[in-house]
Design a protein around this ligand. Structure first.
Ligand SMILES: [Zn+2]
Length: 411
């Protein structure tokens, strides 16, 4: 393993195109969990987002832990991922109860060289479901594990369809205050992209932007940037009730400057817009210009719909045209802007040292698998550099996981 100070050797060892990719928004499920009995609407939501060609039986195995590790860390250039979850109010109905998320993190850590943490976990909370005190206790218990990178809420969700506001002094504010007091300074909310049982009033990003003014030493991440598939993204229109413009208008109303403590991720936004270059350029251009070039985070919503690699490849190729730069004052997507979006912005948010993680990866079995693939491709042993030399089917990945601890842990 090269020393962390030898940046060049570390970059060469990465084997990909050298980006440091932090995917702040990824999913898997526990197919045998209690949620499959207790939350039929959530099961239907997940079934609607399975990768094309899923033939597993039960189908939820297509988005299980083993498939996740394969799709994110073997079949893509993702360096670090954040594991999140869909709307839930705790262990009885969560596709990944928090202890299971921590278990995925531990399994990943067991396959990684010392010091190179590749998986972060979020704790999803629903302070509007049941007594608030129970949620605050749950937050304290989760924080005690030392593994909570962020708390996440769905302000627009509850089983009854009633959401809540982060500014509500009986629900939202004490929750943010508690996260603050526990020292978990990244607070995430899903905004936009309406899901099942969503309350449109509380899906607006206004409350999160307002609360950011009250907690200047915290960071607020607006998942999906309030994007709504029912609105076509164009030049900024401050009167828009939904979509990215509703977020930008809230930033204006609350006088939040660019590159402040409000962040966005592009999960699902990018996957949906990457085939529509004008909308994609407006969406990215507006976010970079107003939220800030250092505040836009890479997120993919993998492994819904499969590996994130196609989204990575599309972002590498994408440009905002000089015409759009002139007309709308959007910044060009230079290599350094893309490096920020792909991972350096998230590294700053979560206090990750990209150089140390990169160097750790060179001795990491997850990554050495990718290196070997490239070697085999050069030798002509396999056809495509993207054909993984390693476990590809779910069964093979399970076998690989079972053997990994003894084979690789001492490295
Ligand atoms: Zn998601």
């Amino acid at each position: 393993m090269p020393p962390p100070t030898d940046t060049e050797a570390c970059q060469a060892a990465l084997g990909s195109q050298g980006e440091f990719i932090v995917d702040v928004h990824t999913h898997h499920v526990i197919p045998s969990g209690a949620w499959t009995q207790n939350a039929p609407e959530t099961v239907n939501l997940v079934l609607s987002m399975l990768p094309a060609g899923c033939t597993d039986s039960p189908q939820l195995d297509c988005v299980d832990r083993a498939t996740y590790l394969h799709d994110v860390f073997l079949a893509s250039d993702t360096t670090v991922a954040m594991l999140t979850d869909v709307p839930n109010s705790g262990a009885t109905n969560a596709p990944i109860p928090f202890p299971e998320a921590v278990k995925t993190q531990q399994i990943t850590a067991g396959l990684t060289a010392g010091g190179a943490g590749r998986l972060l976990v979020e704790n999803i909370i629903a302070p509007n479901v049941g007594p608030l005190a129970a949620t605050l206790d749950e937050m304290s218990a989760a924080a005690e594990t030392g593994e909570v990178a962020a708390f996440k809420v769905y302000t627009a969700w509850s089983p009854s369809g009633q959401g809540f506001s982060l500014e509500d002094p009986t629900v939202g504010l004490p929750t943010v205050q508690h996260a603050h007091d526990l020292g978990i300074k990244v607070f995430v909310a899903h905004k936009g992209l309406p899901l099942v049982n969503f309350d449109p009033v509380n899906n607006h990003p206004e409350d999160m932007v307002a609360v950011s003014r009250q907690f200047p030493d915290m960071n607020f991440v607006i998942y999906h940037a309030a994007w709504d598939p029912s609105r076509v993204e164009g030049p900024y229109d401050p009167s828009a009730a939904i979509g990215i413009d509703s977020l930008l208008a809230a930033l204006d109303r609350h006088q939040v400057p660019p590159d402040d403590n409000v962040w966005v991720d592009v999960a699902t936004v990018w996957r949906q817009l990457l085939t529509q270059p004008d909308q994609a350029a407006h969406a990215l251009g507006k976010l970079l210009k107003r939220v800030g070039q250092q505040r836009v985070l890479w997120g993919t919503d993998a492994i819904w719909f499969g590996s994130p690699q196609p989204q990575i490849a599309a972002m590498r190729a994408f440009q905002i045209t000089p015409e759009f730069q002139d007309l709308y004052q959007y910044p060009p997507l230079t290599d350094s802007v893309k490096a920020g979006i792909f991972g350096l912005n998230a590294a700053q948010l979560f206090g990750i040292d990209p150089t140390a993680v990169r160097c750790g990866l060179t001795a990491d079995p997850l990554t050495s698998n990718i290196d070997e693939t490239a070697m085999l491709a050069r030798d002509g042993a396999i056809l495509s550099p993207w054909t993984p030399n390693g476990p590809t089917t779910r069964r093979q990945v399970l076998h690989w996981l079972a053997s990994a601890t003894t084979q690789w842990a001492p490295m």
